[in-house]
Write a protein that binds this ligand. Structure first.
Ligand code: FE2
Length: 369
């Protein structure tokens, strides 16, 4: 359809929004499709009551392990899933005594807490907070914990996890593939490899197949190719910003897997132009469910959110900055947040266990002053 316009509106989106009005972006296909900007007299998130499946939800998911039995906590806990992605929380207090292999999909581990190393077919890879470790489907591995507990957000995708095309920014934007770290072979202690049986637990469609080897299965002495376990730390993620224009969250895209997008909100300067919007515009995510996992710092569009929390904003319901965050942003020139966003084209179904760590009044947090 052609560009149309009614009423008195700013000519430039996200700039010079008249005092007392709220700008909503109503668009399709994330932030890349047809779009209009609506200028409202009230924030569209200012409801005083909301019921039904599109209610925004928040979870203190780092507390999840306290509510399940130790035997369940040792395995990743499924939090929610869609046809595009399954999100797990894994809390490990000790090194795994067996290996695992995921035959359902690729996995991106995001390390929220703890240090240790992944011992994989491709070698050994140390981890620390802020690491993404991407493990291709079919890789055998286990996790060594240095000093527990280690806490991981795991994003499992049926489609392969790739680095998205950067368009006109060029292939070295956000991060150069040269900063990806591969595992090193031959760093396993020799005492571990002799005289014992080793189990590999293979996951396929939710059930587990157990394989026992009379030899140490991490016996790769060399490999080459373009499929390997890769690590990216958020320190090496260099966000794109504009001093004069609030760029949409899609500029922070880090990995893509079919209908699942993984993005990183990393420390960055805020817009310096006094006319430019400095917090996200209101929108509905009409084509994606949106999950945010908060890793560290003060999240610039939310107040009352702590590291280790996770929010879900389903497609079709508005979200945007909370009123307290709008006023707080006025005095800030920089945000130190680190958060991981997972967007899914198909809707997420939340596991009932998540209700035990749900922050019940989150959906009303925009109308609270
Ligand atoms: Fe959003």
């Amino acid at each position: 359809m052609y560009l149309n316009k009614k009423g008195k509106v700013p000519n430039q989106a996200h700039v010079g929004i008249p005092e007392g009005f709220c700008e909503e972006e109503h668009g399709r296909d994330g932030f890349a499709g047809p779009v209009s900007h609506l200028y409202r007299t009230h924030p569209p998130t200012g409801w005083v009551k909301i019921e039904g499946p599109l209610k925004p939800r928040a979870f203190a998911c780092a507390q999840l392990s306290m509510n399940v039995t130790p035997s369940i906590a040792a395995r990743p806990i499924l939090m929610m899933q869609s046809q595009d992605a399954s999100l797990f929380l894994s809390i490990l207090t000790e090194t795994m005594d067996h290996f695992v292999r995921n035959a359902d999909g690729d996995e991106a581990y995001f390390v929220h807490q703890g240090t240790g190393r992944f011992e994989t077919d491709y070698g050994t890879l140390p981890y620390e907070p802020g690491d993404y470790v991407v493990i291709p489907k079919g890789t055998t591995y286990r996790t060594h914990v240095d000093a527990g507990p280690s806490l991981f957000l795991i994003i499992e995708t049926g489609e392969p996890i790739t680095v998205p095309d950067r368009g006109p920014l060029g292939q070295h934007a956000l991060f150069d593939k040269g900063v990806l770290v591969a595992p090193e072979l031959g760093t396993v202690e020799s005492a571990e490899v002799k005289g014992q049986e080793w189990e590999v637990h293979i996951k396929r469609q939710g059930s587990s197949t157990r394989v026992v080897y009379p030899f140490y299965p991490m016996d790769v002495v060399g490999w080459k190719g373009d499929l390997w376990v890769a690590k990216l730390n958020v320190r090496d993620f260099r966000p794109v910003t504009s001093p004069r224009y609030h760029l949409p969250p899609s500029v922070h895209g880090t990995f893509r897997a079919g209908g699942c997008l993984i993005s990183t909100f990393a420390p960055r300067p805020l817009e310096s132009d006094p006319e430019a919007l400095r917090v996200p515009f209101y929108h509905q995510n009409t084509d994606y469910d949106e999950v945010l996992f908060y890793h560290q710092g003060d999240f610039f569009s939310r107040t009352g959110i702590q590291p280790g929390m996770l929010t879900l904003h389903p497609q079709g319901i508005h979200h945007g900055p909370q009123p307290q965050a709008v006023s707080a942003a006025k005095g800030k020139s920089y945000t130190n947040e680190v958060a991981v966003m997972v967007e899914s084209k198909t809707p997420f179904t939340v596991r009932p266990e998540m209700e035990t760590v749900e922050i019940k009044d989150y959906a009303l947090s925009w109308s609270r002053r």
